[in-house]
Design a protein around this ligand. Structure first.
Ligand code: NAG
Ligand code: NAG
Ligand code: NAG
Ligand code: NAG
Length: 498
């Protein structure tokens, strides 16, 4: 219930259009084979999922949360596991210009092989990976995801970073955790935290599928509302990110329709070859009364059904159904008479709102066990306790789409951290490139949600430098400040502001 009506992020090709050459895909969810590094353990495993839940489900381990089982089962995360399966291609592969193997989330370091050919590698749990398999796919296929232990990888990355150390090296010994988590783009608390055990698992933790298309393909679709004061009018910015496989630009039209707001607008567009985005500005009909989205306790969470149709001169037609929400956010930081500091509060739709909330950490050590019902119960409980805000903590994960859908629906404002916590981080080229891809993906995936009112760089990392948690000698401090600015200000902030 509910989620289906909210913003749909997958491409919705109408069946009629699909028959006329729309994209085709095949989910690779479901049953895979899982084997340990030397093959001594081999079992069936569900995807999405991870090694720990697969072992638990087959009765090969006990409840990982029981007593000291985190320590008992440390061997699991030190091994290098491989997921594999065979699958048939349900469509005629020769027909398509482009076929991709798409992973919405791989945890974390893996080599991906299709029919014994390496088609790509992954090193970031928070990124989305799309690998071109056009020349490798056959009628019957064998796909393998060969993981490297996240613990071994982090140790190796730290060893390779010779110029200077990036603290902390290891968590406090009583946590019985793993070292150098800041060298891997993986849920930071999975190497242990002061509140939680160490389970640095491996797995395909989100959806995986193959998709085939001609001409062009819509990858992201997002909405951002604005209120234009001078004209007293709501506007909606629509950003669509496409991959165009044709060698020539593709002209066409985009029709936007929000029936309840008597708003209908048509745009002429031209998609350029390669990956690119088009941005359209929809002016909401001034004679319609727009009901804004309000936080819990301040009003309703009204959203409007909206249909966007892409009609291009070559290729198929895309229809996207989404929910448009209207709200403004201002962070007010202004001098307070008689006080040395500045104010720090939010105005939503022009009204000052007191944020009442909590900190959100991952609901489970194993994300594949976090169901829609679990999220709904927890978030509804927060709303029922009169909370109107949650902060998604930087030591966990960017939450699944359903989490933000529910927050939109019940009026929970989200302070969204980027996933960096209680540590300093490297800024070498490969690391930055991986973070940049992660941030771009997450912002595009999540920015339509009215519940997200703020993006925050990290958890406590500035405090760690300014109050010298890691006993950095004074002479070396400048280097860590430079790294801090490089990562959060010059890279992450730049992408968010884009
Ligand atoms: C396979 O690896 C496991 C875990 O590292 C180890 O306990 C076991 O002895 C190994 N078995 C063989 C046959 O090498
Ligand atoms: C996992 O792979 C790494 C890198 O190849 C290797 O150093 C390590 O010994 C492997 N671990 C096990 C348990 O086989
Ligand atoms: C897979 O590739 C490896 C080397 O890349 C080769 O030694 C092996 O024979 C190949 N296996 C199959 C089944 O083609
Ligand atoms: C705005 O809505 C009115 C009906 O309330 C309609 O007559 C008018 O054509 C609409 N304007 C635009 C620009 O769509």
């Amino acid at each position: 219930m509910g989620s289906a009506a909210l913003l749909v992020l997958a491409v919705l090709a109408v069946p009629r259009a699909a028959a006329a050459g729309g994209p085709e895909w095949r989910s690779l969810r479901g049953s895979w084979r899982l084997r340990s590094g030397n093959g001594s353990v081999s079992l069936r495993a569900e995807v999405p999922g991870c090694v720990h839940t697969a072992l638990l489900r087959r009765g090969l381990i006990q409840d990982p949360y029981y007593r000291f089982n985190d320590v008992m089962y440390r061997w699991i995360s030190l091994d290098n596991w491989t997921y594999s399966r065979t699958f048939k291609t349900p469509f005629d592969i020769r027909k398509w210009q482009k076929v991709n193997l798409v992973f919405e989330g791989v945890d974390t370091v893996a080599q991906i092989l299709l029919n014994n050919v390496t088609v790509g590698r992954t090193d970031n749990m928070f990124n989305r990976y799309s690998f071109d398999i056009t020349s490798v796919i056959k009628e019957v296929n064998f796909v393998e995801v060969r993981f490297l232990s996240a613990v071994s990888y982090a140790a190796e990355q730290s060893r390779c970073h010779k110029a200077y150390s990036i603290p902390p090296a290891c968590p406090p010994p009583e946590q019985k955790g793993e070292c150098h988590v800041n060298f891997i783009r993986k849920e930071q608390c999975s190497f242990s935290w002061d509140w939680g055990p160490s389970f640095p698992t491996q797995g395909i933790w989100k959806d995986v599928r193959i998709e085939a298309y001609d001409h062009y393909h819509l990858i992201y679709f997002s909405l951002t509302p604005f209120f234009v004061k001078s004209t007293q009018q709501w506007c909606l910015e629509i950003e669509s990110v496409f991959e165009v496989v044709s060698s020539k630009p593709i002209p066409g039209r985009v029709m936007v329709n929000i029936p309840k707001l008597q708003t209908q607008q048509t745009f002429t567009v031209k998609l350029q070859p390669g990956e690119g985005s088009i941005v359209l500005l929809v002016n909401i009909n001034k004679s319609s009364v727009v009901e804004a989205w309000w936080p819990n306790g301040h009003g309703k969470q009204t959203g409007y059904n909206m249909k966007t149709t892409f009609i291009m001169e070559t290729g198929y037609q895309i229809e996207k159904f989404s929910k448009a929400y209207f709200r403004t956010v201002e962070l007010v930081q202004e001098p307070i008479p008689g006080s040395p500091g500045l104010s720090f509060y939010f105005r939503i739709n022009g009204r000052p709102i007191f944020l009442k909330g909590s900190n959100w950490i991952p609901a489970d050590s194993f994300q594949d066990r976090v169901t829609y019902d679990t999220l709904r119960l927890l978030l509804k409980s927060a709303a029922d306790a009169n909370m109107n805000a949650l902060r998604v903590w930087g030591g966990g994960v960017y939450e699944q789409d359903e989490f933000y859908d529910i927050c939109d629906e019940i009026g929970i404002m989200i302070w969204q951290d980027f996933m960096f916590a209680c540590a300093l981080y490297p800024t070498d080229q490969n690391y930055l490139a991986s973070v940049r891809a992660e941030v771009l993906h997450q912002v595009r995936r999540l920015k339509s949600h009215p519940s997200i009112i703020l993006w925050s760089g990290n958890n406590e990392n500035e405090a760690a430098i300014s109050t010298n948690w890691f006993s950095i000698p004074h002479a070396e401090r400048e280097r860590y400040i430079r790294d801090y600015l490089m990562l959060y200000v010059k890279n992450i902030r730049e992408i968010v502001l884009n």
